[in-house]
Write a protein that binds this ligand. Structure first.
Ligand SMILES: Cc1ncc(COP(=O)(O)O)c(C=O)c1O
Length: 440
């Protein structure tokens, strides 16, 4: 198969873009060399500049529950772009979309729109600190809440000898250029561990502005919460007066219409959403009850943004919600059905091959394959110690050669959209069986 055009673009890109791309997860750090340069997408397919096509299981890191170029998206953008791109003024569609969101999410009385998950999280942390007058943030090992200094701590896999005692994880920022003051009030706790949580809350709960968690660990593959774990976290937050902040950037408008909060029966104090919310354009939001969200009023906790509530993105958010919610939320039921089917097929293929230690973990429309000798990857420490990431990259790159696109990083995950079909699942399973036979 030819990759000539991608190679040529990569060489050109290297001269003018850092690593040839705009985010490490798209370039050589993840691909080991030139990535595939994509030219267009349609439905569940991506097409590269060398004329190859792929079944796309990455879906822009979860930003596309409707798939690529959904007819309603194309129609809406075409209509609205002719009326102006962005005004940075109050908008009717802003009110309409906020009304839809408040009607859908029982824990949300008010929303504030932002552009990206990172930005929404930054505002949410500031709001939590402003609302409580407390400084500490309790976060979990392996959880990612965007690239802001205060929470960019223990978000990447570490060598097992650098993890520290489970009661007291060694705190390691994931970047140079982060001053110690930025994360001095950030407490890192082992996730999915009831005892570690109780202990951390007894030690820090009274000083904590919030406890922040992903609903499903989504940046170490896919690791579901243990039964009752998030509910206990919510209880402990109430007990110690810390806000319970559920980061739904990945899980929102994906695991269910009401995200992880609905799936696990939670009522978080603060939530942030991004990715799927915008249906393909940058859109994020902070949500919560009236008394907490009132903290964002002028003169209290500041949150600004030239591009907040972009009108094109709001129109797409509206299209995404209308499409996914139609016929009694059939869109959410469909992506769940497809995600569960794909994960089940993968388990079958892995079992039939029996050449590699593998487990497939998933929650509804999200799934990931781990090359491991363990039967389950239950937390970040399992991931760091027992998952063969090099082998996953080899697997994903071989799949790519067969027209199946998954991000080659084992820390990420795959996702279904309403554009996928049972035929895509069958084609993916066939390619996977071949790759497992070929792999050393
Ligand atoms: C759980 C979670 N929160 C926040 C973010 C940051 O979102 P964004 O990339 O839109 O800034 C991400 C991104 O992957 C995420 O997975």
């Amino acid at each position: 198969m030819t990759k000539e055009q991608s190679e040529a673009l990569f060489q050109r890109g290297l001269k003018v873009l850092v690593e040839g791309v705009s985010s490490a997860s798209r370039g050589p750090a993840t691909f080991g060399g030139a990535p595939r340069y994509m030219s267009h997408g349609a439905g569940a397919r991506l097409y590269d500049v060398d004329g190859r096509d792929y079944i796309d299981w990455m879906m822009a890191f979860g930003a596309l529950p409707l798939g690529h170029a959904h007819p309603k998206v194309v129609e809406t953008i075409t209509r609205e772009v002719a009326r102006g791109t962005h005004f940075a003024t109050a908008l009717e569609v802003e009110v309409e979309v906020a009304e839809m969101l408040v009607a859908l999410l029982p824990h949300v009385d008010k929303v504030r729109f932002a552009n990206t998950g990172t930005e929404a999280a930054m505002a949410a942390f500031r709001l939590a600190r402003g609302h409580t007058g407390r400084r500490k943030i309790i976060k979990f090992e392996g959880h990612y809440h965007g690239w802001w200094d205060a929470v960019l701590v223990n978000t990447n896999p570490l060598p097992p000898t650098m993890l520290g005692h489970p009661n007291d994880p060694i705190r390691i920022p994931d970047s140079s250029g982060i001053p110690e003051e930025a994360w001095k009030d950030t407490i890192v706790v082992r996730w999915n561990d009831f005892d570690a949580l109780e202990r951390a809350m007894a030690l820090h709960g009274r000083d904590a502005a919030c406890v922040v968690t992903e609903g499903v660990m989504s940046n170490m593959g896919v690791i579901p919460p243990k039964p009752g774990y998030l509910n206990r976290m919510q209880e402990l937050c109430h007990q110690y007066g810390a806000l319970f902040y559920l980061d739904e950037t990945v899980t929102g408008f994906r695991l269910a219409a009401g995200g992880a909060a609905e799936l696990y029966g939670l009522s978080p104090d603060i939530v942030t959403y991004g990715k799927a919310l915008g249906g393909g354009l940058p859109m994020a939001m902070i949500g919560g009850r009236n008394e907490i969200m009132a903290g964002l009023e002028w003169g209290k906790v500041l949150h600004f943004g030239t591009h907040n509530a972009g009108r094109l993105a709001l129109h797409l958010t509206k299209v995404m919600l209308e499409t996914m919610l139609a016929d009694n939320q059939a869109g959410f039921a469909r992506i769940k059905e497809l995600g569960l089917k794909m994960a089940a097929e993968m388990r079958q293929v892995a079992k039939a091959s029996n050449r590699h230690g593998m487990v497939v973990q998933g929650v509804n429309s999200m799934f990931q394959i781990f090359f491991t000798k363990k039967e389950e990857i239950a937390d970040y420490r399992d991931f760091c110690t027992h998952v063969d990431r090099t082998k996953f990259r080899d697997f994903a790159l071989r799949l790519m050669d067969k027209g199946i696109y998954m991000n080659p990083s084992a820390t990420l995950h795959s996702l279904s959209s309403i554009a996928h079909t049972e035929a895509d699942i069958a084609a993916t399973a066939r390619a996977m069986a071949e790759v497992l036979e070929e792999m050393p």
